[in-house]
Design a protein around this ligand. Structure first.
Ligand SMILES: [Zn+2]
Length: 357
């Protein structure tokens, strides 16, 4: 029977759900269940039990299906309970509000005490639900506060205190990373921000790649190169645009290669700027594996705001980094394709290409 075992193992290894099992991916809890033939037990993807051998694994959509097939619920992960993301969504949403309203960012220990969880547990759940750590969440929120203050005319010192910084040193140390430039430059309209860009061709049509000093800040696709350039100028109204040089052409070639073959991955730094909410949505999108899709509601649940499916759709539409932030992997609840910022045909082509092998 060794041939059959090999066949069973390879069926499992080829199933995209296997990756969620080996990664104990809490964000897939509720999507499916897996049973282990040797133990007779079925689990949710995030179960902490030892990873079974692939040839012994069988996947099910509901606990009922698993039980009808003769498996019993695991006592450790209790697959009949609501998934982690649902159990804790409200709690994490409350903690997010708490972080946003605090004058100085609360420590992990303080948040854990509020939540009545261990720091380890809280950190893990927070990250599973929002896609980022509590610390990164606090930093992202502060940075958007600083941006708002500076854009609405406050001077640098006012903006610093309004965002809860008590010391110059920390503010200046962090501001470069937050704003992508010195605060004074940001306030004066970001005129010092330089964006290199070039337009190329990929299998899906014209593609524009742009980069700030920090990394790729836009990947735009369309039929018409001129429209892509106008789109870029609207998105970064205050920047200076510079045509690409030879070094930059190599980046463009890498991005084109990546768009044509997303499985290659993109090893270039990304410069992602957006609101805290957008950043959380985009981070969640980046965790959808190649070859899988998620619905707008699933993403909303995952970031702890289950009622925000519409806002999630808007954040997808505002995504400046086609394919690198894979908004094409988000579909309607019924699996329909719905809209795509860069055209529904491109979305279909990308998903078909990713589904192969
Ligand atoms: Zn289990």
């Amino acid at each position: 029977m060794p041939k059959q075992t090999t066949q069973l193992a390879s069926d499992t290894l080829r199933d995209s759900r296997w990756l969620a099992v080996t990664g104990r991916d809490a964000t897939r809890d509720g999507d499916f269940y897996y049973a282990v033939k040797t133990t007779g037990v079925y689990c949710r993807p995030s179960c902490g039990a030892r990873t079974p051998r692939p040839e012994n694994v069988q996947f099910f959509t509901t606990p009922d299906d698993a039980e009808q097939a003769g498996f019993r619920a695991c006592k450790r992960c209790r697959p009949r309970q609501a998934p982690l993301t649902e159990q804790y969504a409200e709690l994490i949403a409350d903690l997010c509000r708490h972080i946003e309203q605090a004058d100085t960012p609360p420590s992990l220990a303080q948040l854990a005490e509020l939540a009545q969880l261990s720091t380890f547990h809280l950190h893990r759940i927070f990250k599973a639900i929002t896609g980022i750590t509590p610390k990164a969440y606090a930093t992202a929120h502060r940075s958007s506060k600083v941006r708002q203050q500076l854009s609405s005319g406050s001077n640098v010192t006012e903006a610093m205190y309004a965002a809860g910084y008590n010391s110059n040193g920390r503010f200046y140390a962090e501001s470069d990373q937050m704003l992508g430039m010195k605060p004074a430059a940001f306030r004066s309209g970001g005129t010092k921000m330089q964006i290199h860009f070039a337009v190329g061709e990929c299998s899906l049509g014209a593609i524009l790649v742009a980069a700030s000093e920090r990394g790729i800040c836009a990947i735009l696709m369309g039929d018409d190169a001129q429209m892509l350039i106008e789109d870029l100028q609207n998105r970064f109204a205050k920047a200076d645009f510079v045509g690409g040089d030879t070094a930059f052409e190599q980046w463009v070639a890498q991005v084109v290669g990546f768009v044509d073959m997303p499985k290659l991955g993109l090893n270039l730094p990304l410069d992602i700027s957006g609101s805290v909410f957008q950043q959380r949505v985009w981070q969640a999108l980046r965790e959808i594996p190649v070859g899988s899709t998620a619905s707008y509601s699933e993403i909303a649940r995952q970031i702890g705001q289950p009622k925000s499916a519409r806002a999630v759709a808007q954040a997808c539409a505002a995504n400046p980094l086609a394919v690198a932030i894979p908004c094409h992997r988000v579909v309607r609840n019924d699996g329909g394709l719905s809209g795509y910022r860069w055209g529904i045909e491109r979305k279909r082509a990308l998903l078909e290409c990713e589904a192969k092998t």
